[in-house]
Design a protein around this ligand. Structure first.
Ligand code: ATP
Ligand code: MG
Length: 409
């Protein structure tokens, strides 16, 4: 098989040519996601390459051609090259000599077949040269990719025992590329039997992988299989509502939203501060992630589809626009009545498009108006803000300062 290089810009661009020329055309091939996605007709994101050269040779040859090189993962043979602003992850062919369920001790090799044997799935073990020719050392990758069949290289159980992350990768790739196909029985049985091995994975790896899974266009069927096989309950005991996931995906489509793994996670969880706090802690989420999820779980605003425009904006202001958007989409997803559902999508759009007004009075204004500094000033400021919000943000500075007499009494 051969990829049409005119249809795949990443194969034909200047940066690619420079890498092949620097390392020697026969010494390096593309591998993994870019080759897989090109064959499947899916967009290509990151560029992984495999080479017979050792990292220090790769580094020297690239530097000689003035290509920037970063030693990102030297111990397992990976360097990152940046040519004409394009990033390439270049990894020396390797084989595993020892594994512990996550990390492998590797040995470099010049043998493409050995390198293919340590890759996770047959469709991820396809290589492409500069001319677009595809190499399939396992002998199954091309057949499997044509049948959209996700299959472990070798025996599923043995491959999972080497690295339990492969369970999650299996479901992630199934969610992305294997949707309509029944899962390979051997692989699914192995994932179910060995699921407790995922306990030794770091929270960061689990969360990164789950986010990728939840970012697939329609992951709910895969998520359902994970739930039915008990694969998700150890990782996400607080988020097991696959119907909620399916419903939010429908609303995303209806409202033309971008895929958002956080919204999908919220759709699978109950709006319960304690449960969400547990989820955040276990997955070691970042502060940004934490504030979005906790903001949603703890929101006390009275958002509702039946509010007047003025009252709706007041509630959006109180909640904050991101939280209001999240709540509205999730309420739309939960609504059975299409009128209510559309109402919530309307609330979402208002929260998205409305520019949050800025409170017009500053501390300086109060001083000029004769208010003395101190704790009382803070209270006056709060009281004015309440008046301003209640006015639907229409009261301007003059009107608010004129109201000081009422408060100062
Ligand atoms: P994408 O980049 O689109 O998420 P990918 O297949 O390129 O998908 P990467 O994580 O970038 O995934 O890995 C690149 C390649 O390295 C994979 O295609 C696979 O061949 C191999 N690989 C990555 N992680 C593992 C693993 N845990 N076990 C075995 N092989 C792996
Ligand atoms: Mg990749």
């Amino acid at each position: 098989m051969k990829l049409d290089i005119t249809a795949h810009a990443w194969l034909a661009r200047k940066a690619t040519l420079r890498i092949f020329q620097a390392l020697g055309e026969g010494n390096v091939r593309f591998v993994g996601g870019c080759v897989r996605n090109a064959i499947l007709g899916a967009p290509v994101a990151d560029l992984d390459m495999a080479t017979v050269l050792e990292p220090k040779e790769v580094t020297a040859l690239l530097k000689a051609q003035k290509i920037a090189v970063h030693a990102t993962g030297l111990s397992h043979g990976t360097v990152t090259a940046v040519a004409n602003d394009v990033v390439f992850e270049i990894t020396t062919l390797r084989k595993d000599v020892a594994t512990d369920g996550r990390h492998a001790e590797v040995e470099f090799t010049k043998n493409w077949n050995e390198d293919a044997q340590r890759r996770d799935f047959t469709m991820n073990a396809l290589y492409a040269d500069l001319g677009g020719n595809i190499y399939d050392p396992t002998g199954q990758g091309l057949d499997d990719i044509k049948a959209v069949k996700l299959r472990f290289v070798g025996e599923a159980e043995a491959r999972i025992r080497e690295d339990y992350l492969r369970i999650l990768r299996y479901f992630r790739f199934h969610a992305w590329y294997g949707q309509d196909k029944a899962m390979d029985k051997q692989a699914l049985d192995a994932c179910r039997e060995l699921k407790s091995g995922m306990k030794q994975l770091s929270s960061e790896r689990i969360w990164t992988e789950l986010k990728k899974l939840l970012s697939a266009p329609s992951p709910h069927r895969t998520v359902n299989v994970m739930l039915l096989n008990g694969v998700l309950e150890t990782l996400l005991p607080e988020a097991s509502n696959s119907e909620g996931l399916q419903r939010v995906i429908e609303v995303e489509k209806k409202a033309g939203l971008k895929i958002d793994p956080y919204l999908r996670l919220m759709a699978m969880a109950a709006r319960d501060e304690f449960a969400v706090a547990g989820l955040i802690r276990r997955l070691k989420m970042s502060n940004t992630e934490k504030s979005r999820l906790l903001g949603w779980a703890s929101d006390m605003s009275a958002l509702d589809v039946a509010l007047s425009d003025k009252d709706l904006k007041i509630e959006i202001y109180k909640a904050g626009s991101q939280i209001a958007m999240d709540r509205a989409i999730l309420r739309a997803a939960g609504a059975d009545d299409p009128i209510i559902r559309n109402g919530w999508i309307g609330v979402y759009k208002t929260a998205r498009d409305w520019e949050r007004p800025v409170f017009p009075v500053t501390g300086k204004d109060l001083v000029t108006a004769g208010v003395s500094t101190g704790p009382k000033m803070g209270k006056i400021m709060e009281a004015l803000k309440t008046l301003w919000i209640r006015s639907g943000f229409t009261a301007d500075k003059d009107r608010l300062l004129a109201a000081l007499v009422l408060l100062n009494r």
